[in-house]
Design a protein around this ligand. Sequence first.
Ligand code: DOR
Ligand code: ZN
Length: 439
Amino acid sequence: MSDVLITGVRPYGEGDPVDVLIVGGVIRRIGSDLQAEGAEIVDGNGQVLLPGFVDLHTHLREPGREDTETIESGSAAAALGGYTAVFAMANTSPVADTHVVTDHVWRRGQEVGLVDVYPVGAVTVGLAGAQLAEMGTMATAAGAVRMFSDDGHCVDDPLIMRRALEYARSLGVLIAQHAEEPRLTSGAVAHEGPTAARLGLAGWPRAAEESIVARDALLARDAGARVHICHASTAGTVELVKWAKAQGISITAEVTPHHLLLTDARLETYDAANKVNPPLREGSDTEALRQALAEGIVDCVATDHAPHAEQDKCCEFAAARPGMLGLETALSVVVETMVRPGLLDWRGVARVMSERPADIVGLDDQGRPIAEGEPANLVLVDPEATWTVAGDELASIASNTPYEEMTLPGRVTTTLLRGRITARDGVAAAPVGVRAGER
Ligand code: DOR
Ligand code: ZN
């Protein structure tokens, strides 16, 4: 691996531009006019340098739906989006409810080598909510699962959730809950409110999310465990998380880029690119989520990157699958919703996209300060650039983006994983460890 010299960058967007020399995957020196014979030069051009992003919520679809995404294509999308670590959700086929699947995801991610792919293990067998999966085996096997979630489904049985939290506590792992009381969302396809009523779409009430958030905060308190709330989508969830944190309960929460930017007003056209679970809410919710992220009540941004095949999205709204791509657009949506309105500066972006998520799952080589001696997991962002999203130009195999033809601000220009350039100027690097004859 060659040394890399990044010239003229502004760490956290602060101060005068500096040079950053990376040797052996580690930041060796930060200073001015650095020279390095034979090093690969990245012209920083006054851009913003941040720690590589960490996504706690990615659907990579391998094994099972490699027609929509693979660990390889999803890793390329992640690198292009500025990510150096992603957590691959367990709702694959087969479900990642055994170490056979979680170890495969881990090994395949390492083989591709564009981003550290951490497998998420299922909480219950087959995501069916009835019987706990072998969390201990998954946690101690090669893939060393550190986060468990039935995402896509809620662990709705309170006794099962209580047991899961108790086991998680003793194993030192995290439970991430998809908060959705299924008895309140049966048949629902859109946020319950005036828009859905007018459009004739079955409504998904805020209370379906909030009742589980409240319940799980109490269960986590009693178990002395940590709980993480996936894709917080309502103002009420913000209030509950704030309350629980004030009680000293170990609760953390993420928000998706789409819940920061988009509302149910997007449903007017019945375009299922906007169908997602939990659904796009109202302006009062996006506003509360932005404020909560700025204040640290909501801890971090997570993409819920959810690739789907064209036939599963380009169909009747009620029949379409929920979910949207997110890895390659996340930073730009955060710039649009948080940086431009002055809610976050670049240090704040580093906090919500890198430092906090790394901390929540205990990654000690991600979300680190930009300083000499630290691992070179870095992303370079052009804050002045704008770009127009085109689904079929994204690295993901699927192209279900809700941002089609939207012009967004801020662009990732270079990503480095342990000093290796994994994406540059819109092109992902080749996978590192592809076995001969495989491609
Ligand atoms: O919209 C969603 N899509 N929400 C989920 O919880 C699951 C995800 C998926 O797997 O497609
Ligand atoms: Zn979910």
